[in-house]
Write a protein that binds this ligand. Structure first.
Ligand SMILES: [Zn+2]
Length: 279
């Protein structure tokens, strides 16, 4: 995320992105990157940022090949989005609701919200996805990130609902992103998100193996992170994300591991918070 006061190109990864202390150490060395772990709050994050972003490449067009690729993947999260919708509806009447979907993809969730009577808008940083969504569905997604003046000055305390599905693990600075999103909620408004959990066997097993054979066996660790643009940069524990919600004036109203109710069917953290007035 773009925070004007920070020179991200010179970001010191020893400063934990969660607790902000100079307590993070390079701990797990992957082929092309390093996972830093905070000695104070145990946050794990990759030494990569998307920002400063190179300017959008105007030569990348929504051509036949890209359109075909997008269409082949259009329905892959359809069932998941329906489960997310049910989860939101359990807590909120969507009719007439002002909603913002951050990381809107191809506007799939936005269309589900609109079908339930909500007035929804979406943020999507990828130009190709925005172009496709406009062409295929007539929906204009916004390129401005949530901490931009466009939102912070124009939509302060505006929304009843904000959603970030599989987004918080991708952003440069999750604390700043959630704080910016929280400011756009009306008092009593709700924020829902889901993200992969670090508290799964494959992650723990990978840590043990790395400690037994330092630098040799990363096992599944590389599959949790990605150096690609908009790739996974941090993986949370439930406790860390719960504390983060509280610190940005979001009172936890729902916490789960899966949408189906089967405790072992998912490795997700699903959280919802209600905006409270700062004390
Ligand atoms: Zn920390």
């Amino acid at each position: 995320m773009i925070v004007a006061s920070m020179e991200h190109s010179e970001y010191n990864f020893k400063r934990c992105k969660l607790c902000k202390e100079l307590s993070a150490e390079p701990t797990y060395h992957l082929t092309d990157s390093t996972i830093y772990c905070c000695r104070k709050c145990d946050f794990h994050f990759l030494n990569r940022l998307d920002w400063p972003a190179s300017p959008p490449d105007k030569t990348i067009k929504l051509d036949h090949k890209r359109r075909t690729y997008i269409e082949s993947r259009l329905d892959e999260n359809a069932y998941l989005h329906l489960n997310r919708l049910k989860c939101v509806q359990h807590h909120l009447n969507l009719s007439g609701c002002q909603a913002l979907d951050i990381g809107a993809g191809l506007g799939q969730f936005q269309r589900l919200l609109e079908a339930q009577g909500a007035e929804a808008i979406g943020i999507e940083p990828s130009m190709i996805r925005r172009d496709y969504t406009l062409e295929a569905f007539g929906i204009t997604l916004h390129p401005e990130l949530v901490d931009a003046d466009y939102w912070q000055k124009g939509f302060h305390r505006y929304f009843d609902l904000i959603t970030l599905w599989d987004v918080i693990e991708h952003v440069d600075f999750p604390r700043e992103t959630l704080a910016a999103a929280s400011k756009l909620l009306k008092p009593g408004g709700m924020l829902f998100l889901d993200t992969p959990s670090r508290e799964v066997l494959s992650y723990r097993l990978s840590q043990w193996c790395y400690q037994l054979f330092p630098g040799k066996v990363g096992l599944f660790l590389p599959s949790f992170y990605s150096t690609a643009r908009y790739g996974h940069k941090q993986i949370f524990t439930r406790q860390q994300l719960t504390e983060l919600f509280k610190s940005v004036d979001l009172q936890i109203i729902f916490s789960a591991r899966s949408y189906t109710g089967k405790p072992f069917s998912s490795s997700k953290i699903i959280l919802a918070g209600r905006k409270i007035e700062p004390a």
